[in-house]
Write a protein of this length. Structure first.
Length: 568
């Protein structure tokens, strides 16, 4: 996260005072005269929901790269009641790392909030035993032992924790016996079944070798940046099926000792049926690990055009997401960064094209430094939109979030419009944004969000649709049998309203976080889906046929094709 002089000026230029000094008016967003039908209005329901969360980084003043990296969050149904619960990570005072006097030390822990089903949440952290230890960074959720209950993996600065879900509302720390300790500066992580054996493996992103004694830096940088430290390799743990994991980092070909991972995500970008892994690196090229179908990977980021930003830039890459933005059945790639972002259009065998400018994303995003992000159909019109959380880098500069509406795909790909002003007051509120996770937490068919602000209060957003005739939707809950229990790696195709959509079910995406993993489809005015198909990692294909809209459908993997799901 090294801050160049250009970036610092960019940050300062984002403040009203700086624009006033130059005799200029700060560029402001202008909303369309009338919001599109069904367009969401995001309302802050944090207080009403009973969530009292404040992120801390161990002291009052930002003083190093550990504190600035921030923390993530995850939505999960830990007690299998059909309601998504919220797990939020936090920092804390670390002797020898955070600079502070006893009077300014801040300590906190991670928090688990149980969804009560009535719009409120209850803090069950103490009972569940998941407050954590150390400075927490990233989180990924998955049922690694296929017992029907989701487990939690947390990366910390200098350590990691694997919480096994006991099925009774409590968790047990089994990190040591499972063999997934990570005594490094861990960041993003993801559960992924790399060999499609029905068991979730674990990919862990690592950042750099932080040395708190290092004090050499340029004044504008505020403290040493990533290039002042040696890089670190990511790690890959293979699930042995007996509650333990083996470190296969070298054997799998993902050992990269000079990496600086911020976050990771998973997606089958080449449609060969095997999960690939993307690592967003800081101030260097990012990695795309292609799955070779034999337990090994080949790094092809530069070859396929997704290693760098515009014009070969290596600005800090933050939150990566694979998504089919054009409803073509191919995964495009979006990555937040400290400049204009990176939107890569999947061209199949020809790799990816950088369409950030052509899609209208660059013009919307140039004044911001961005971290957490989500790609979901927020207005349920059948096209996936982008929500971006912004905030200062080495300086705690507060910035408003951004909301980009997908206007549909033309010959050159999808185009996006800035509709932030139509999205509600949160898009005029400034936060020092970091992790963000998105979910339909009240099962009403609209995707909401939880946002983390560095050293600030968390924000829970409920999505409310405008207009007398809101768009329809369909959501699937996948239950694997031969495939992993979560259905990670499964692809869901929904045909409705004249076009076919595709969503791949994955664990972590965006910055250090995990969103609602249930594939969510906006159907526009269509009152039913003409066809629903689930392509499982095992090779089983299930076809549901015509399916009524505005419901959650549970699909349990069958032993043969063309089985129906259970409507709930």
């Amino acid at each position: 996260m090294k801050t160049s002089r250009r970036q610092l000026l960019q940050f300062l230029a984002a403040t009203p005072a700086a624009w006033a000094m130059r005799g200029l008016a700060r560029p402001v967003r202008t909303a369309a005269p009338t919001a599109p039908q069904g367009w969401p209005l995001f309302r802050d329901v944090t207080r009403r929901a009973g969530i009292e969360f404040r992120h801390v980084f161990g002291e009052t003043d930002l003083s190093n790269i550990v504190e600035a990296t921030g923390s993530g969050c995850a939505w999960m149904d830990y007690n299998n009641d059909g309601l998504l619960d919220l797990y939020v990570l936090n920092g804390r005072y670390i002797p020898g790392v955070t600079d502070s006097s006893p009077a300014t030390r801040q300590d906190a822990g991670n928090r688990l909030y149980r969804n009560n089903g009535d719009g409120t949440f209850t803090d069950v952290t103490a009972k569940a035993g998941v407050s954590g230890r150390g400075f927490a960074m990233g989180v990924t959720v998955g049922d690694f032992d296929n017992d029907g209950f989701d487990d939690i993996y947390v990366t910390n600065y200098g350590s990691a924790i694997l919480y096994h879900n006991n099925g009774d509302g409590t968790f047990t720390d089994i990190t040591a016996q499972a063999g997934v300790g990570n005594p490094r500066f861990g960041t993003g992580a993801a559960w992924v079944d790399i060999d499609r054996d029905g068991r979730l493996d674990l990919f862990v992103g690592n950042y750099l070798r932080f040395d708190p004694r290092l004090r050499t830096y340029y004044g504008a940088d505020h403290f040493p940046g990533p290039l002042n430290y040696d890089g670190e390799s990511n790690r890959l743990f293979h699930n042995n099926g007996n509650g333990t994991f083996s470190d296969v980092t070298h054997d799998a070909g993902v050992f990269k000792p000079g990496g600086r991972a911020m976050s990771v995500t998973v997606g089958d970008y080449d449609n060969d049926g095997w999960p690939d892994i993307y690592v967003a690196n800081d101030s260097m090229e990012s990695y795309l690990f292609h799955n070779n179908h034999n337990g090994t990977f080949s790094e092809v980021g530069a070859e396929l055009g997704v290693a760098y930003g515009q014009d070969g830039e290596t600005d800090s890459a933050m939150g990566p997401i694979f998504a089919d933005l054009e409803n073509r059945g191919q995964l495009d790639l979006f990555v937040t960064d400290t400049h204009y972002h990176r939107l890569f259009r999947n061209r199949g065998a020809r790799g990816f094209d950088d369409v950030t400018v052509a899609a209208g994303v660059a013009a919307i995003s140039g004044q911001y430094v961005s971290w957490g992000d989500g790609i979901f159909d927020f207005d349920n019109d059948g096209w996936k939109d982008i929500f971006i959380l912004n905030g200062g880098l080495n300086w705690p500069v507060a910035m408003e979030p951004s909301l980009l509406r997908n206007m549909g795909a033309g010959a050159e790909g999808a185009r996006f419009s800035d509709v932030s002003e139509a999205g509600g007051g949160i898009f005029r509120r400034r936060l020092v944004g970091r992790g963000a996770a998105f979910a339909d937490f009240d099962n009403d068919g609209r995707m909401g969000a939880f946002l983390i602000s560095l050293n600030g209060d968390g924000v829970l957003l409920k999505n409310t649709a405008r207009g007398p005739d809101p768009h329809h939707w369909l959501k699937l809950r996948l239950v694997g049998r031969r495939s992993n229990r979560n259905g990670y790696g499964a692809r869901v195709f929904v045909t409705a309203g004249g076009h076919r959509q595709m969503i791949e079910c994955v664990s972590a995406s965006g910055y250090l976080s995990q969103s609602d993993s249930r594939p969510h489809f906006g159907l526009g005015r269509a009152t039913h889906a003409d066809q629903v198909e689930v392509h499982w990692p095992s090779g089983v294909v299930q076809r549901l046929g015509q399916t009524r809209a505005d419901q959650i459908v549970t699909v349990t993997e069958a032993e043969e094709e063309t089985a129906r799901g259970k409507h709930v």
